[in-house]
Design a protein around this ligand. Structure first.
Ligand code: SAM
Length: 197
């Protein structure tokens, strides 16, 4: 089974398990740390079944725009059922080959996605391409690196080796892709990277 098939297969269960109110609160608190403002154009990369969308909508308002993308068709189908806002659209696409024009987004959010991306260099160069000058990439998890890596190692299937790089490797990846002003927080129940184009 490849990774896309894995995520297609778990989509229904993922959706059911991840709409708990406790998580909603944690996500809301996490997102207060994101640099989102009214009117921003935001890419939610690896959006799953769309649980970030209402939070992003609240922060960017009706003049912002939210494109939520995921390579799993099953995740996207559920996401489209879950949320419909005028300024939100769901797109089935792989983070490594984004079907968007260059310099389009103010912010890209990778929430619970980054370790799963096969070719991280390729995805980062795509993120950089589609961000406007001054745009910001956010990579976030509600676990720190060690917690997340040990969690993935315990999951059977094609994600078992999907790990967050250590700080030195992460800095090298981001700098190599041309990102500036890197900030990396790796704390209990929080992993948060921000970098600017
Ligand atoms: C752990 S889930 C997180 C989903 C969502 N961000 C959330 O927190 O509910 C990881 C998601 O990333 C997607 N994904 C993995 N690799 C991807 C890639 N290369 N391009 C786009 N989506 C990808 C999966 O299909 C899955 O929906």
């Amino acid at each position: 089974m490849n990774k896309k098939e894995f995520f297609d297969r778990i989509a229904f269960q993922w959706d059911k398990e991840h709409r708990l109110s406790k998580e909603k609160k944690n996500i809301r608190l996490l997102m207060e740390k994101f640099p989102l403002s009214t009117g921003n154009y935001v890419l939610d990369a690896g959006c799953g079944t769309g649980r970030l969308a209402p939070h992003i909508r609240r922060m960017v308002g009706k003049h912002g725009r939210i494109i939520a993308a995921d390579f799993s068709g099953e995740m996207i189908k559920l996401a489209e059922n879950n949320f419909t806002f005028k300024n939100l659209c769901f797109v089935q696409s792989d983070a490594q080959w984004l079907p968007f024009v260059s310099a389009f987004f103010d912010v890209i959010i990778c929430f619970a996605l980054f370790p799963h991306i096969q070719d991280k260099k390729l995805a980062l160069s795509e993120f950089r391409r589609v961000l406007k000058k001054g745009g910001i990439l956010v990579i976030a998890h509600l676990m720190n690196r060690l917690e997340l890596n040990s969690f993935h190692r315990r999951v059977k299937g094609p994600v078992t080796k999907d790990l967050l790089p250590d700080e030195k490797q992460m800095r090298a990846l981001l700098c190599g892709a041309g990102f500036l002003d890197l900030s990396i927080r790796d704390e209990p129940s929080l992993y948060l990277v921000q970098a600017r184009v």
